[in-house]
Design a protein around this ligand. Structure first.
Ligand code: ZN
Ligand code: ZN
Length: 378
């Protein structure tokens, strides 16, 4: 919905002084006041518009935000954001002219909005898990200290069995009225906040607060694929709100412990294995200690040192797309340096069979062999 410019609503220039704004608002308010225009919906609309415009332009902070960002800059702030100075101004401007209670016009009662119960605080805690748990997902029990609704009064703040009494300040009406000359003034009772009732016997358990700090056990489900630093938001598991207002949220920040065998890169798993040069030459099957049991990987004959074998879909699940990453196995080839006499004989015999010199490799051979690196196989 396109909103009308607040300066246009009050009919003042953008550089109007606070006095000019106040004066313009006062004229508008008097002209369109519902008491003066009974049954005129159009007048009531304009009256509300003017009040809204003044709640913004009459308050320097709101005004500068509005000047910079327009209506966007005030999102959720205009009417719920009535602050006391502006409110006093409303009363000052209107209350002295009419027997007028601002709250009546806007439904809930503006004065009470200022004392709107606060939503509970958000909580955050850190949870350490293993890479295995990050891969498969895990459910963990956590304990946290937080403000909870009082178990004795269920958040009502009253001693069980006690009743509320009529507010002494307003006699239970919720409003304080008094006559001033011609006019009847009405204000929301500040003692009871307009409800007309007060608590006569506060709950002893929570001393009338309605909530109490308690240690609490909670099961948290960590989905498969979380990463180090992932933040899980668990709605309504934060602290209790004031007087029945909604609870805050709980944020669980995941820390994934370093794994002693696998490294993680996004959703891929990377590991290093070592085989002997004989196994590399003849080929061998290696069981990779993947989380759920092992993963058998065939190392083909003639595998070179440094070659990487990729197993599609054997990595971790992506938290959002649920796509699986891959497993990369990097092969290292060990050269034995502790040969026995018999082994030396065997290897010399092998060299002989292959026509490999154990004394001298000439430059032509060196040049040819350089090309046979790990990459040249594929
Ligand atoms: Zn209580
Ligand atoms: Zn009262």
């Amino acid at each position: 919905m396109n909103k009308i410019d607040y300066y246009d609503v009050l009919g003042v220039p953008r550089n109007a002084s606070p006095e000019e704004i106040k004066k313009a608002y006062r004229q508008m308010a008097l002209k369109h006041h519902p008491d003066r225009n009974p049954g005129d919906k159009g007048a009531e609309e304009r009256f509300k518009e003017a009040a809204e415009a003044y709640s913004v332009l009459g308050e320097p902070q709101n005004r500068s935000r509005y000047d910079q960002f327009g209506h966007q800059g005030l999102r959720g702030e205009t009417f719920s954001g009535f602050n006391s100075t502006v409110f006093e101004d409303f009363e000052d401007i209107l209350g002295n002219f009419f027997g007028f209670n601002f709250g009546d016009l806007f439904g809930a009662g503006t004065r009470q909005r200022r004392h709107q119960p606060q939503r509970g605080r958000d909580l955050a805690l850190e949870m350490e898990i293993t890479l295995e748990q990050a891969a498969a997902g895990v459910e963990k029990e956590i304990s946290l200290n937080r403000e909870e609704p009082c178990p004795v009064c269920q958040g009502t703040r009253m001693k069980p069995g006690s009743k509320k009494g009529a507010c002494l300040a307003c006699g239970g009406r919720g409003q304080v009225r008094h006559q001033q000359g011609f006019f009847i003034m009405a204000r929301t009772c500040s003692h009871c906040g307009g409800s007309g009732e007060i608590i006569t016997a506060p709950c002893e358990e929570c001393r009338g607060a309605g909530h109490i700090r308690r240690k609490n056990e909670l099961r948290v489900r960590v989905p498969a694929g979380v990463e180090d630093g992932s933040r899980l938001r668990i709605s309504n598991e934060g602290e209790a709100g004031e007087r029945g207002a909604s609870k805050g949220d709980l944020y669980v920040v995941i820390k994934v412990k370093k794994h002693d065998f696998f490294e993680r890169e996004e959703n891929h798993l990377i590991c290093d294995i070592s085989i002997s040069f004989v196994q590399a030459s003849l080929g061998v099957t290696v069981e990779i200690p993947l989380f759920e049991g092992g993963e058998k990987v065939r190392i083909p004959p003639g595998t070179q040192a440094g070659e990487v074998i990729r197993l599609k879909g054997r990595g971790l699940k992506d938290l959002e797309s649920r796509r699986l990453g891959d497993l990369f196995v990097k092969v290292h080839v060990q050269t034995p340096g502790d040969l026995s006499k018999d082994e030396k004989v065997l290897l010399r015999r092998l060299a002989e069979l292959r026509g490999e010199s154990l004394e001298f490799i000439d430059r032509e051979t060196v040049r040819k062999q350089k090309a046979r690196g790990p990459e040249s196989r594929h």
